[in-house]
Design a protein around this ligand. Structure first.
Ligand code: NAD
Ligand code: UDP
Length: 337
């Protein structure tokens, strides 16, 4: 019995594949490499010392999915594949709805046809509406504010409807907060295309000398130091959360949702300081205007995952910065194949 990992060559997928392989799972990766490189998978192989199947292909390709579910005995699916750049989703909504929503529907149709009814889906904290009530529990109001977030919301709803129509399905929706960090080997990590949108890869690229200084998007928020607060979570902890979710599928949980976050908020200034301490590199910065759509703070209530999955994040901000720096300094240009 194998786990099909869509988007397994990507940032979170590659780290999860390492953990799956090390835990003894058989893994089949399906990825079109639109935002990743085969080299990441070669490195997953070196870290784990385990072999696995890689199929280069698209979740929109129904014939390919048919073959994958015919050729391999798939028990469950971890569905990471999707486009994730918020700004690009605003500029190209149809691309996002097509790739993420139509792609997911195609995948779910193939699963239904082949009687594979266990799925763990990568959702996101962006499905929550902007709220003053922190921490955010799974029951908080939903209200994504951009097309990317809406694709996640729609896919969640589709999966809930599929479960309502057929209770034989088991659906675990994981709402990630802010994944950062890298495998401690420094062999795999986050490799964004072009100038990073997110804070951690931006800071790492300043530290390694690729970018001049960090633009801090506003220091006049109603937070202790005026900068935005987020719940950063080490990608290795996130990967562990997926293994716990896979185990949970065996209890026939129905359709359930879990926040994967640490429950702790960290400001932009605190993150820059932690990165400096972890890397020994000065991180020049300047304060610029707020980024439209940014909330002052956003952090999880992760107690449901602790109670029901037996999962809690173990790694702190220092380890997140240390491992990001380890990856960035060993791979200043990312994957280079
Ligand atoms: P990523 O871009 O590194 O990985 C996604 C992978 O999916 C890539 O390897 C890409 O090539 C592949 N892919 C995209 N469209 C595909 C398609 N149509 N067919 C086959 N493969 C396809 O992103 P990530 O950071 O690893 O995120 C994984 C998932 O988690 C995504 O669904 C993302 O939306 C979600 N998520 C990410 C974050 C984050 O900050 N990184 C936060 C919340 C949720
Ligand atoms: N941020 C920043 N400069 C950057 C990128 C991000 O000051 O170059 C801030 C942003 O305003 C937010 C925090 O860092 O308060 C995290 O931003 P990121 O884009 O990483 O995550 P998201 O806002 O999507 O949760």
């Amino acid at each position: 019995m194998a786990v099909l990992v869509t988007g397994g060559a990507g940032y979170i997928g590659s780290h999860t594949c390492v953990q799956l392989l090390e835990a003894g799972y058989d893994v089949v990766v399906l990825d079109n490499l639109s935002n990743s490189k085969q080299e990441a998978l070669d490195r997953v192989n070196s870290i784990s010392g385990k072999r696995f199947e890689f199929i280069k292909g698209d979740i929109l390709d129904i014939d390919l999915l048919d073959r994958v579910f015919t050729d391999y005995t798939i028990d469950s699916v971890i569905h990471f594949a999707g486009l994730k750049a918020v700004g690009e989703s605003v500029a190209k909504p149809l691309l996002y709805y097509h790739n993420n929503v139509a792609g997911s529907i195609t995948l779910f149709e193939a699963m239904q046809k082949h009687n594979v009814k266990n799925i763990v889906f990568s959702s996101s904290a962006t499905v929550y509406g902007i709220s003053d009530r922190m921490p955010i529990g799974e029951d908080a109001a939903l209200g994504p504010i951009n097309p990317y977030g809406r694709t996640k919301y729609m896919i969640e709803e589709i999966l809930r409807d599929i479960y309502a129509s057929d209770n034989g399905w088991n659906v675990i929706l994981l709402r990630y907060f802010n994944p950062v960090g890298a495998h401690p080997s420094g062999l795999i990590g986050e490799d964004p295309n072009g100038i990073p949108n997110n804070l951690m890869p931006y800071i790492s690229q300043v530290a390694v000398g690729k970018l001049k200084d960090v633009n801090i998007f506003g220091d006049d928020y109603p937070t202790p130091d005026g900068t935005g607060i987020r719940d950063y979570i080490h990608v290795m902890d996130l990967a562990d959360g997926h293994l716990k979710a896979l185990e949970k599928l065996k209890d026939s949980p129905g359709a359930v949702v879990y926040n994967l976050g640490t429950g702790k908020g960290t400001s932009v200034f605190e993150m820059i300081d932690a990165f400096y301490r972890a890397s020994g590199r000065e991180i020049p910065y300047r304060v610029t205007s707020r980024r439209p759509g940014d909330a002052a703070e956003c952090y999880a209530d992760p107690s449901k995952a602790a109670k029901e999955l037996g999962w809690a994040a173990r790694r702190g901000i220092f380890e997140m910065c240390r491992d990001s720096w380890n990856w960035q300094s060993q791979n200043p240009e990312g994957y280079t194949e």
